[in-house]
Design a protein around this ligand. Structure first.
Ligand SMILES: NC(=O)c1ccc[n+]([C@@H]2O[C@H](COP(=O)([O-])OP(=O)(O)OC[C@H]3O[C@@H](n4cnc5c(N)ncnc54)[C@H](OP(=O)(O)O)[C@@H]3O)[C@@H](O)[C@H]2O)c1
Length: 289
């Protein structure tokens, strides 16, 4: 195990990136983080503000870094920005950038449920991105996470917003299952993948220890607040997603939750040997609030 690593992070101002950069910085890892917009640096970190991954002015700065962690991705599309542009084509550009900069390994965050049988647009784009990485000749680790939760992920922020308005909406019955994983566990696993050779050229599902229905999750999350939980007919909520690009649930958010994807957490526990945070406990103790 080489102790000293130099890491490039893309999509630096996103939810996973912010937690990961802070964690890696605390571990004294040298970081160069790239974002479209300005952001606050951590210790041991340099920043690059750029939208461009093709004709880059910063090649020399990242040359011969050990690993690039690719955290750019979208889960909702519009006429201006679609999955192909961001999840697929931009991944191609990032792979080429790694080759030009002689970065030998890429770590990529795909999605739990992605497979060769995917029929959902978001998953299909992630599947193609995975293939680009696998066929690139670079060393890789691909993670396929379920919902990653913390205090500031999109889903948690959505629930908090709804609680402030006094009502949480549940699409359909809410009886479909989710297996969220805590952000602190995710960044610990990413750190392992930086140093441990057993992660080399692997695709790993990141699923948390508790398999709970969406309905139960929402109930526990809002416990102790005066929030009405309202089930909305799926037809109505899909209709809202189709006609309103700003609706809380996008088409693929709905496709994914209704998809009811479930996996084997024990496999991840055995592989990483980390002590996972219980999501039920985090909810009971209101640590996600
Ligand atoms: N959070 C989860 O529960 C979860 C679950 C499964 C998979 N994932 C995947 O994990 C990765 C990170 O997720 P996250 O939750 O941290 O997402 P996030 O907070 O939305 O961050 C994604 C980042 O991607 C970059 N980005 C977004 N749109 C872009 C565009 N049009 N052009 C260029 N860059 C763009 C942005 O980086 P800058 O603003 O810094 O430029 C943004 O901060 C994504 O690929 C996501 O699909 C997340």
């Amino acid at each position: 195990m080489t102790k000293y690593k130099k890491i490039v992070v893309t999509g630096a101002s996103g939810f996973v990136a912010k937690h990961l950069r802070k964690y890696l910085s605390e571990k004294n890892i040298e970081l160069i983080s790239i974002s479209r917009n300005d952001f606050k640096k951590f210790k041991n970190e340099s920043k690059i503000i750029s939208k461009n991954f093709t004709k880059v002015h910063y090649l020399q700065k990242i040359k011969n870094f050990d690993i690039l962690i690719h955290l750019i991705g979208i889960g909702k599309q519009s006429v201006n920005v679609d999955y192909n542009m961001i999840n697929v084509e931009l991944t191609k550009n990032i792979v080429n950038l790694c080759k030009k900069a002689k970065i030998k390994k890429i770590i990529y965050i795909s999605g739990f449920g992605v497979s060769s049988k995917s029929s959902v647009g978001y998953f299909i784009s992630k599947y193609h991105a995975e293939k680009i990485i696998i066929n690139s000749g670079l060393n890789y680790t691909i993670f396929r996470p379920s919902y990653i939760v913390g205090k500031d992920d999109h889903f948690t922020k959505y629930l908090k917003k709804q609680i402030n308005h006094g009502e949480i909406i549940i699409p359909g019955s809410g009886n479909y299952h989710i297996q969220p994983i805590y952000i602190d566990d995710v960044v610990e696993i990413i750190l392992q993948s930086i140093f441990q050779s057993k992660f080399r050229n692997k695709i790993i599902d990141l699923i948390g220890p508790n398999n709970i229905t969406f309905k139960k999750y929402v109930k526990l999350f809002s416990k102790g607040t005066k929030t009405n939980i309202k089930k909305i007919d799926l037809e109505d909520i899909y209709h809202a997603a189709i006609i309103n690009p700003k609706s809380d649930f996008g088409m693929d958010d709905l496709n994914i939750i209704i998809g009811n994807f479930q996996g084997n957490h024990q496999k991840l526990r055995k592989f990483t040997k980390i002590k996972f945070h219980s999501i039920l406990e985090l909810l009971e103790t209101r640590r996600l609030f």
